[in-house]
Design a protein around this ligand. Structure first.
Ligand code: GDP
Ligand code: MG
Ligand code: ZN
Length: 353
């Protein structure tokens, strides 16, 4: 690896530990970061000998989707053949189970997640708990950003409700259009930092990107009174460089964010319930009708919200249902790989006709 490339890589969030990893590959391979994924290929930065788009070769398709390069990944390119040779080990991966059943990678190598939700009818504690589980599973620093604080007299109530999810939880109340407010997020956006924005469509994610950047990098929704659930103005996931030195990933809101492989994340988010459960009479207590249940007792006494126990159960069930064994994942990927290969192999013939 050419060490002269380090400053350019640093601008994209490169960490020192990656240099070691990149040195393990043949000298001529060049590291770069995936900043967008298109149907036709990956867009990378910094460029590799002037080139910023690379096609993902067929062999990658025999791997499960979450083992193929995604936005935020560091990859090694062979400049001569322009092939994507390797994926550097990730420090974190945000993923979900897509409606079609695949594990879909959303963002790799993220340090901090801004979980964005507005102070209006769209606010949901259960949705925050869902995102928190995904983020904590990967040891990513969560920051809850409550937007549209300027549009309500009850902003503090939203903050208190959010803070009830955990005393240590970082909660920032902002008008996403106001530079002074958004500058409170700058502490997480310094050089070398990678941030992902998560949240529903219309929550203000792209507005935050633009305010942090000090210019309109991303289109935002035209505001419409009373229309909280917007159409998708942001159509793809992209990584942007911020003047503060960090890089930030904007994405379209996902209507459904099903968790998968997130059991320790769920446990971390519901630490209070896990702790209470240690006091239950039976080790396998389901916190339903068992005698001596410390969790039910906490609900009776008002110490624990019933809502929170239901949310915990729901996420646990969902995680169990969505988490495939490794053998299942690979079997699924092999089937998909065969399909892609047959498609790739027949395409040139069709074009010649
Ligand atoms: N007044 C106000 N409007 C906001 C705020 N955050 C977002 N908006 C508006 O809400 C709409 C949706 O924002 P957008 O950034 O496109 O949401 P995204 O779908 O999460 O990217 C836009 O019209 C924004 O101008 C805020 O804190 N205050
Ligand atoms: Mg957007
Ligand atoms: Zn119990």
């Amino acid at each position: 690896m050419d060490l002269d490339r380090l400053p350019a890589l640093g601008d994209l969030g490169w960490k020192n530990a990656l240099t070691q990893a990149a040195m393990g590959f043949a000298d001529e391979l060049v590291p770069t970061r995936v900043i967008e994924v298109h149907r036709s290929g990956l867009i990378v930065a910094p460029d590799v000998e002037g080139q910023t788009e690379f096609v993902l070769g067929g062999r990658w398709y025999s791997l499960p989707a979450d083992e193929r390069p995604t936005v935020g990944d560091w990859i090694m390119i062979q400049p001569e053949t322009q092939s994507i040779e390797a994926l550097l080990e990730r420090v974190s991966l945000i993923k979900r189970r897509s409606p079609s059943g695949e594990v879909q990678p959303i963002a790799a190598n993220i340090d901090t997640a801004f979980i964005v939700t507005s102070c209006n009818a769209d606010f949901s504690l259960a949705r925050l708990e869902r995102y928190l589980a995904v983020v904590r599973q990967e040891d990513i620093q969560p920051v809850i950003v409550l937007t549209k604080a300027d549009l309500t007299a009850e902003a503090e109530i939203y903050r208190e409700q959010t803070q009830s999810l955990g005393n240590d939880l970082v909660v920032e109340l902002v008008n996403a259009l106001a530079e002074d407010d958004v500058s409170r997020l700058a502490g997480w956006c310094g050089p070398g930092q990678s941030i992902a924005l998560l949240g529903s469509s219309g929550a203000g994610k792209s507005t935050i990107v633009n305010t942090l950047a000090g210019r309109a990098l991303q289109d935002t929704q035209a505001s419409r009174e009373g229309d909280n659930k917007g159409r998708h103005t942001t159509t793809r996931r992209s990584l942007f460089q911020l003047p503060s030195g960090g890089v930030i990933l904007d994405s379209p809101g996902m209507r459904e964010f099903q968790i998968t492989d997130a059991d320790s994340g769920v446990q971390a988010v519901f630490e209070d319930i896990e702790e209470l459960a240690l006091g239950c009479k039976f080790g396998d207590c389901a916190h339903a009708t068992e005698p001596g249940c410390a969790v039910r007792a906490a609900i009776e006494s008002g110490e624990l919200e019933e809502r929170r126990l239901e949310s915990y159960f729901k996420l646990l069930r969902e995680d169990r249902h969505n988490t495939e064994t490794i053998a299942e994942r690979h079997a699924r990927a092999r089937e998909f790989g065969k399909m892609v290969k047959s498609h790739v192999l027949t395409k040139p013939k069709l074009q010649r006709q």
